[in-house]
Design a protein around this ligand. Structure first.
Ligand code: SUG
Length: 444
């Protein structure tokens, strides 16, 4: 049976803005209060999808969420008509409104963790919605994400969707950003590497003392249990606390894997060499590419997002790096990418740079913007076909974005009640374009 990796990219929502909400994410912090450009942001993302589609890669779309999230604001104790709530909350504390207005669901690498059917005992695709417990603007995502994923993977014969893990911060789960699947071919049993930032319940173990570790050992272990993985599929690896303290808030900021290749920084993991040796022993064809500090520092990796690139397999069997422009602009990183491409001992043969500046300024690179789902032809047929990328859908979405999105959002614009109306109009039309049904609260 033929299996492929499908990239489900998050469509940037109409309220994309820079509110500096993510402690530990240096780009979000540095760009707090800047003017955002939602229309450019969504078009930048669509352009990346179109280019990957043109390269012959299967591409799909995950819809944005309704913002501002009025139910959340009601839960925060604000009452009255929607317009009044928005006005009141902004007066009381603009950060609360910023939380409810965040377009963070665009980073679908944090939507869920996916174990494809060749790895699971029951032969189903297991999808666990991430709880995103660590930050309030992200925590609100899981309910809506589950509704969207159910509308896409809507056949229980093939897909099991697990709700977000309970248990509060000790079970903080940030989805596929901390999960890498290695394999020889997508359809063969793989090695799923679950990377966590700290043991939450055992405080004697190493953990970062400065910036927060978002993914816990307890959450990663829960994912392994509920996904019912075959013997020897799962591997647990701890991220180094030092790199978290330098701004590596997710593992996909310091390593990226595809098929039998793992590109990673030498400082990424605790006992990294030991884990790599074990992977080599159990998997002959494994090709680790270790990037040394003396070539690219962790600081440069975080600034350029070298490891938040996508590694994709092309039809001719080679791989390509999908990188943000920031990698091209950093001389050490550009040099490193050229060396990787020249090196005949790995299958990476090319690089494509993309302008994803609007997302990057919030700490979201190419890899953050996509959720990878390995599917057989039969499973691909079983998903909601409306979300599959085509040239025609691209044209439709470009016109849709041009019609509904603002050119700019200044920090104080979030108090404009029209944003909610514009967002709902855009999403209402989008659900029809993507044939998702009534997935939003305002449609019920
Ligand atoms: O959770 N930024 C996101 C970026 C997520 C990146 N995802 C991956 N690495 N997979 C975050 O920190 C910024 C929002 C703000 O500050 O307004 C934000 O949420």
């Amino acid at each position: 049976m033929n299996y492929q990796e499908v990239n489900f990219d998050g469509l940037v929502g109409p309220t994309h803005n820079y509110s500096g909400l993510s402690h530990g994410n240096l780009a979000s912090f540095d760009n707090k209060g800047h003017v955002s450009h939602p229309k450019s942001a969504v078009l930048q993302g669509l352009k990346k999808m179109k280019s990957l589609h043109d390269m012959g890669l299967p591409q799909a779309i995950i819809a944005p969420h309704e913002r501002p999230n009025i139910s959340l604001l009601r839960n925060f104790g604000f009452s009255g008509k929607e317009d009044e709530i928005i006005e009141k909350v902004y007066k009381v504390d603009p950060t609360l409104l910023a939380i409810a207005t965040s377009a963070s669901p665009m980073w679908t690498a944090n939507a869920a963790t996916v174990s494809p059917s060749p790895d699971t005992k029951d032969g189903k695709v297991h999808i666990s919605v991430a709880n995103l417990n660590s930050l309030p603007h992200r925590f609100q995502e899981s309910e809506q994400t589950q509704r969207i994923l159910k509308a896409i993977f809507n056949d229980e014969k093939y897909f099991t969707i697990h709700s977000a893990i309970q248990g509060g911060n000790a079970f903080g789960d940030e989805g596929a950003a901390n999960h890498t699947r290695l394999c020889l071919d997508y359809g063969q049993k793989g090695k799923e590497v679950f990377v966590f930032g700290k043991y939450a319940l055992d405080i004697s173990k190493p953990r970062p003392r400065g910036l927060p570790a978002r993914q816990t050992f307890e959450a990663s272990n829960t994912l392994i249990r509920r996904h019912n993985l075959k013997k020897d599929v799962a591997i647990l690896v701890q991220q180094s606390p030092e790199v978290i303290n330098k701004g590596v808030f997710h593992n996909d900021v310091i390593s990226v894997g595809n098929k039998n290749v793992l590109l990673y920084h030498e400082d990424a993991f605790i006992e990294g060499d030991h884990h790599i040796e074990n992977l080599k022993k159990s998997f002959d064809e494994f090709i680790p590419i270790k990037i040394l500090n003396k070539k690219v520092t962790v600081e440069d990796a975080v600034r350029s997002y070298l490891f938040n690139t996508q590694l994709v397999s092309l039809k001719d069997g080679s791989m390509a790096i999908i990188a943000p422009k920031e990698c091209e602009e950093n001389s050490a990183v550009r040099k490193q990418i050229t060396e990787i491409i020249k090196d005949q001992s790995n299958p990476i043969k090319g690089v494509h740079f993309f302008d994803l500046r609007e997302s990057m300024q919030n700490g979201g690179g190419p890899a953050c913007l996509r959720l990878r789902v390995v599917l057989s032809d039969e499973e691909l047929q079983a998903i909601n076909q409306g979300v599959l990328f085509t040239d025609e859908l691209y044209e439709t979405l470009v016109s849709w974005a041009n019609k509904h999105y603002r050119d700019k959002i200044r920090p104080s614009d979030i108090k404009d009640p029209n944003l909610l109306k514009e967002c709902r109009q855009a999403l209402d039309e989008l659900t029809k374009i993507l044939k998702l049904g009534n997935i939003y609260e305002f449609q019920r």
